[in-house]
Design a binder for this molecule. Sequence first.
Ligand SMILES: Nc1ncnc2c1ncn2[C@@H]1O[C@H](COP(=O)(O)OP(=O)(O)O)[C@@H](O)[C@H]1O
Ligand SMILES: [Mg+2]
Length: 323
Amino acid sequence: MNNPVATPPAVPAVRTEGLSRAYGAMNALSALDLTVNRGDLFGFIGSNGAGKTTTLRILATFLTPSAGRAFVLGHDVVAQVNDVRRLIGYMPDFFGVYKEMEVTEYLDFFGACYRISSAKRERTVSDVLELVGLSEKKGALIGALSRGMQQRLGLARVLIHDPQLLLLDEPASGLDPRARIEVMAILQELQRMGKTIIISSHILSELQNLCNRVAIIERGKLIYTGPTQGIRGQLENGVGVRVAVADGLDRAMELCRSLPEAIEVTPQPDVEGVFVVRLGGETPDISAVSSKLVGAGIRLTGLREIEVGLEEVFMKVTRGETQ
Ligand SMILES: Nc1ncnc2c1ncn2[C@@H]1O[C@H](COP(=O)(O)OP(=O)(O)O)[C@@H](O)[C@H]1O
Ligand SMILES: [Mg+2]
């Protein structure tokens, strides 16, 4: 950019304070307080109608809040629209593609919109195409590209003015698994380059291995925000451990029940010699289970923590909130 927008070093990439938006009598967003740090690959999760698009459109300056405030790299999205627009790359959930245009022509057009000089544009277009893996498609008509390629072209478009923050509204929806993985790989590369990325999705498993932090919203309200890693410990009721023993199942279960941190011990009816121990407390210690059993002479043949996906956590925290 010719005149980069000054961004104070200490401010987060995004901060919202009591951000609200009503459509008539309907509160699509209610007092959202959210912080996204610089360099985050941030997952914005919620089922359909939760308020994801509303939030992203406010951050992108295309919708004004009914109450509260939002800042992008310290700039108010209502009072400093032009600064914010230069700092962000916003990819809406549905964007029109110019089917009759060639790939390069399309990007050159958007480059010109951002007032990138014609001398610089060719290089910039070439760079963003390389980043999204479309260098081979320079002369192709957009209408002839696959859905996944069109989506990657959409990413190239929002990168043309080298924005610091990307707002991507369900960029992987409707893509086949392969195309989805390609998009996710590009996002990881962009994070490595130092971009901050907010990606929304209603598919939790899509984001849990990608994002370092997440926010979960439901009916316009924030339900959880924090590191993806910590989400389970914070929301789930303890940690589940699957235990397999060669003999003495009943005795092994009794021993586990006597552990102070055991909340629940349940047999697995369909698998012989296997049961599940649920451990509570701040930092449940799985080794307590093995020590107890081995110490009592039980032949332990398997012990592993049961992984809980975001999906399950989400179902737990939103129970009763969704229809
Ligand atoms: N322009 C609008 N007019 C009226 N209601 C709207 C409008 N846009 C969104 N809504 C409603 O606001 C709520 C949140 O929508 P949205 O932000 O699109 O959710 P999401 O992107 O999470 O699916 C939904 O109940 C939706 O029907
Ligand atoms: Mg949406």
